[in-house]
Design a protein around this ligand. Structure first.
Ligand code: NAD
Length: 476
C-alpha cells in the first residue's frame, strides 16, 4: 500500500508548496502523517486570476465535453480507490471499507452531475406576437467552496462536481485536518485533462481564506458544508457583497419508531447506521423517539448492538468503527454526557473516552433525558444516540420539529397512515421511512431552518451553480 500523499496546493493547473505548513494527524494514534500547505494572500490572488481564466474557457466548453472530462476523472478515481481510501483512513480514522464506499460515492456525484450538466435546459415562453422570450440558464461564475473533514473525498466531490458540470470555475478550500481526499480529486482532474484554472485547491487558516475570498467581486457563489455557526457567519459575509450562498449545515436527525414495527430489527439497523463514520455525519440518526409499547425492547437491542461494535484502527479489517476525527469531538461528547448525567439522564452504554492515545470514543446511548438536555439540543456529531419514549406519533413529530434544525429525519412504520403523517409533518429537507439512507447522487439533498438552504444532487443540484438570463427578442 502506498504511503500518505505529499500535500500541495493546486492553482492554475500547477502544484505548489508554501513556506507555512500545518501538521496532519492520524486520529488513531495522534502521529503526524503529513504537512498541509497554508495558502498566503498571494496564493489566493493567483487562484482568483487562474479561476477567471478557467471560467472564460470552461463556460464556453460544450457540456458534453465538460462531462467527458468529469467522467474520465471519476474513472481514474475508481481505479485509484484503494489508494485514496487508504489515505482517508490514515487522516480521518474511518474503517477502510467505509473509506472505499466514500470514494465510490464521490465518483457517483461526478458521474451524476456530468450527465446532469447536459440537461441545463432553458425555455421559450409564448407571449405577444413578434416577441420571443427565452429563459437561459448560465453558469454563475467563480465559486468559493469550503468542505469539511467528515468525508474527506465525497464532501469536496459534491461541490466540485456541481460547479464543473454547471460550467463554473471553482476555488475550494478543503479541510486541513483531512486534505488527502481533495488532493486525490485534484490529481484525477489534472490527469483527466481539465484545463488549468477551472479547478483550484487551497488549504490554510479557514477564516483567513473565507474573509479574503468571499468579499472579492470575482466570487459569484459561496458553497459551504459545516456547522450552522460558521455557515451563518459566512452567509452574513456573503450578504454584504450580495453574493448568493449554498449552505449545507448541521442537523440533529430525529428517528420516530412506531409501535407497529419489529423493535429489534429497527434497533439493529439504527445502531449499525449510528456508528457509521463514528457518527460524524450531518444525517446521522440521533434523537430516537420510540413509542412506549416497544421502547424497552428497542432500547435493549440498540444497546446490545452498540456494545458489540468493534472499535479500533480503521486499517484493521475487524474494525467496525474508528476513532472520532479530532480531539474536539472527544471534548464535545464528554461534555454532553456530563450534562446528561447532571440532568438526571441515564447512560446505558459508553460515555467515556477509550484509552488516552488516539481519539477513541465508544458508541454511547443516553436515555431519560429532559427536553432541555444539551445532547437533545446540540448536534453531538459523534457516536451518540438518545433514546426516549413517546406516547403517540403526533407527540414524536412535535418533538422532532422542536429544534431549529431540519436536515434529515427518519421514521419506522408499516402503517400507510402513519407514514403519511411523518412525510407531511416532519420539518426536514430529507425524510426517510423504513430506510436510514438519506442522500444519494440521484436525489436533491439539503436542509430547512438552521440546517441551511440550497440543494446538492438530483435534478435540482445545479440550480445554485447557475443563474437565469431572460432574453426578450423582437423579431424582424
Ligand atoms: P467548526 O464549526 O469550527 O468548523 C466546521 C467546518 O467549518 C470545518 O470544516 C472548518 O474548517 C470550517 N470553518 C470554520 N471556520 C471557518 C471560517 N471562518 N471560514 C471557512 N470555513 C470555516 O467546528 P468543527 O469542530 O470543525 O466541527 C464541529 C461541528 O461542525 C459539528 O458539530 C457539526 O455540527 C459541524 N460539521 C458539519 C458537517 C456537515 O456535514 N454538515 C461536517 C463537519 C462538521
Amino acid at each position: 500500500m502506498t504511503t500518505y500523499p505529499d500535500l500541495k496546493l493546486y492553482i492554475g493547473g500547477a502544484w505548489r508548496k508554501t513556506a507555512e505548513e500545518l501538521p496532519v494527524l492520524n486520529p488513531a494514534d495522534e502521529s503526524v502523517i503529513g504537512a498541509v500547505p497554508v495558502a498566503s494572500q498571494a496564493d489566493l490572488d493567483d487562484a482568483l486570476a487562474a479561476a477567471a481564466e478557467g471560467f472564460r474557457l470552461w463556460s464556453r466548453t460544450a457540456p458534453r465535453e465538460r462531462g467527458a472530462i468529469m467522467l474520465r476523472a471519476a474513472a481514474l478515481m475508481r481505479e485509484r480507490a484503494e489508494e485514496i481510501a487508504h489515505a482517508i483512513t490514515l487522516e480521518h480514522g474511518k474503517p477502510f471499507r467505509q473509506a472505499c464506499l466514500e470514494v465510490v460515492r464521490g465518483c457517483e456525484f461526478f458521474e451524476w452531475d456530468a450527465a446532469e450538466g447536459q440537461r441545463t435546459y432553458g425555455r421559450v415562453v409564448p407571449s405577444e406576437p413578434g416577441i420571443r422570450y427565452i429563459v437561459m440558464r448560465q453558469p454563475v461564475g467563480i465559486v468559493a467552496a469550503f468542505s469539511p473533514w467528515n468525508f474527506p473525498m465525497s464532501q469536496p466531490a459534491r461541490k466540485i462536481a456541481g460547479a464543473l458540470a454547471a460550467g463554473c470555475a471553482i476555488i475550494i478550500k478543503a479541510a486541513e485536518e483531512t486534505p488527502a481526499g481533495a488532493l486525490h480529486i485534484a490529481r484525477a482532474l489534472h490527469d483527466a485533462g481539465l484545463p488549468p484554472g477551472v479547478f483550484n485547491l487551497v488549504f490554510g487558516v479557514p477564516a483567513r481564506i473565507s474573509d479574503y475570498l468571499i468579499p472579492k467581486p470575482q466570487t459569484r457563489l459561496v458553497a459551504f458544508t459545516g456547522s450552522t455557526a460558521v455557515g451563518k457567519h459566512l452567509s452574513e459575509l456573503a450578504a454584504r457583497h450580495m453574493t448568493p450562498v449554498l449552505m449545507e449545515l448541521g442537523g440533529h436527525a430525529p428517528v420516530i419508531v412506531c409501535d407497529d414495527v419489529d423493535p429489534v430489527a429497527a434497533a439493529q439497523a439504527s445502531a449499525t447506521r449510528k456508528v457509521r463514520n463514528a457518527g460524524q455525519v450531518c444525517t446521522s440518526p440521533t434523537r430516537f423517539f420510540v413509542q412506549e409499547a416497544i421502547f424497552e425492547r428497542f432500547a435493549r437491542s440498540f444497546v446490545e448492538k452498540a456494545r458489540a461494535t468493534v472499535v479500533g484502527n480503521g486499517l484493521d479489517p475487524a474494525t467496525e468503527m474508528g476513532p472520532v476525527a479530532n480531539h474536539r469531538r472527544i471534548e464535545a461528547l464528554e461534555a454532553l454526557t456530563a450534562d446528561a448525567r447532571a440532568r438526571g439522564g441515564r447512560v446505558l452504554t459508553g460515555g467515556e473516552r477509550i484509552g488516552n492515545r488516539g481519539y477513541f470514543f465508544p458508541p454511547t446511548v443516553l436515555t431519560e433525558l429532559p427536553d432541555d438536555a444539551r445532547a437533545l439540543r446540540e448536534e453531538p456529531f459523534g457516536p451518540m444516540a438518545i433514546i426516549n419514549p413517546v406516547r403517540s406519533v403526533e407527540e414524536a413529530i412535535e418533538k422532532a420539529n422542536a429544534l431549529p434544525f431540519g436536515l434529515a429525519a427518519y421514521g419506522f412504520t408499516h402503517s400507510a397512515a402513519r407514514a403519511d403523517l411523518l412525510a407531511e409533518g416532519i420539518e426536514a429537507g430529507n425524510v426517510s421511512i423504513n430506510t436510514l439512507e438519506a442522500s444519494v447522487a440521484e436525489v436533491p439533498f439539503g436542509g430547512v431552518k438552521d440546517s441551511g438552504y440550497g440543494r446538492e444532487g438530483g435534478a435540482e443540484g445545479l440550480d445554485h451553480y447557475m443563474t437565469i438570463k431572460t432574453l426578450s427578442h423582437r423579431m424582424a
